[in-house]
Write a protein that binds this ligand. Structure first.
Ligand code: RIB
Length: 321
């Protein structure tokens, strides 16, 4: 039997407070929405749970507060089958919380109170990496301190562990960091912040994907929501066609995309297949798989409740043929 891909996800864990409404309120406005739901979220935990549901063995490194939300977060991650030995607790900070409004087209507006997520330090990553044996990849986002992201990426790169970096929320990355990244996965607005280019058109997104390679990334996948994605490697650029679905909530779609891409791309059953053209094809296939997984996620409300299993994605791809 093929060995499971082993990923370490370093990142945030939040409790999401979600309200659906006809539209996102304007500044200063109060509107009435629908029911309130509270679900597990946080970009890091979402990616970790998505990868586990898609069949990966996942070690999660994060930080929660010594409160009810922190305990619930840890219990939930354990229930999802993750290794939570490296989820640390900050006794002085509250656990991360996100306030989310979702409109009738599935678009959202999110405010995060990161709390304990900002207490995740490089030494926490070091302890986890020292103890975790062989890893097939490291997956990160930017909802934790950037110096921790920087440290984890550089350490993995030095150990020849492939790094998938989802630069969300949009930020300016530390100088030279992209040179240590195997694949960077921004959405169009994050790609615009990183490159300074206008990504509002498909050609602009292609240009930004190429620019990310010039900035040092070994490959880039720019996600474009309902317009698909653009994959760029030094062997070429390819557009990934979108899957058309009825959108309910786009929350965590990007997290699901990055996790699914990492699971498919870093799968050890493909190890040993080498060569630039082959690597390009493998990334294109992984991005297409990730696009299907993300499409399933947008048909459901909430971050982690929306993340599909391996079998659900397989069935979705089969019926979309
Ligand atoms: O990417 C979606 C996530 O962003 C939510 O789950 C919320 O917690 C914020 O981190």
């Amino acid at each position: 039997m093929a060995r499971q891909v082993h990923l370490m996800v370093v990142g945030s864990a939040n409790t999401d407070m979600v309200v659906s409404a006809a539209r996102i309120p304007a500044p200063g406005e109060t509107i009435l929405g629908g029911e309130f739901v509270m679900v597990p979220g946080g970009k890091g935990a979402n990616q970790a749970v998505a990868a586990a549901r898609l069949g990966a063995r996942v070690t999660f490194v994060g930080c929660v507060g010594a409160d009810l939300f922190g305990n619930a977060t840890r219990d939930n991650l354990r229930k999802e089958g993750l290794d939570t030995a490296w989820v640390v607790e900050d006794p002085k900070a509250a656990s991360g919380v996100a306030l989310i409004a979702v409109d009738s087209s599935g678009q959202n507006a999110i405010v995060v109170a990161p709390g304990a997520n900002m207490a995740l330090r490089p030494e926490h990553v070091d302890r986890a990496m020292d103890a975790s044996g062989d890893l097939d990849g490291l997956v990160l986002q930017c909802e934790i301190p950037l110096d921790t992201v920087d440290h984890a990426v550089r350490r993995a790169h030095a150990a020849s562990i492939p790094v998938v970096l989802n630069p969300a929320p949009a930020c300016t990355l530390p100088q030279g960091l992209l040179s240590c990244v195997s694949c960077v996965t921004p959405n169009e607005s994050e790609a615009s912040v990183l490159t300074g280019l206008d990504t509002s058109t498909s050609d602009g997104a292609v240009e930004a994907a190429r620019a990310l390679l010039s900035m040092g990334a070994a490959s880039a996948v720019v996600t474009l929501g309902k317009d698909g994605a653009v994959v760029a490697t030094h062997s070429g650029v390819e557009r990934i066609a979108p899957y058309a679905v009825e959108a309910v909530d786009a929350t965590a779609a990007g997290d699901c995309f990055t996790a699914a891409l990492a699971c498919a791309w870093l799968n050890p059953s493909d190890a040993g297949v080498r060569g630039a053209g082959v690597e390009h094809e493998r990334l294109v296939r992984a991005a297409s798989y990730a696009s299907a997984a993300a499409a399933v996620s947008v048909t459901r409300l909430g971050a982690q409740p929306s993340l599909p299993t391996f079998n659900e994605v397989a069935a979705f791809i089969e019926q979309a043929r």
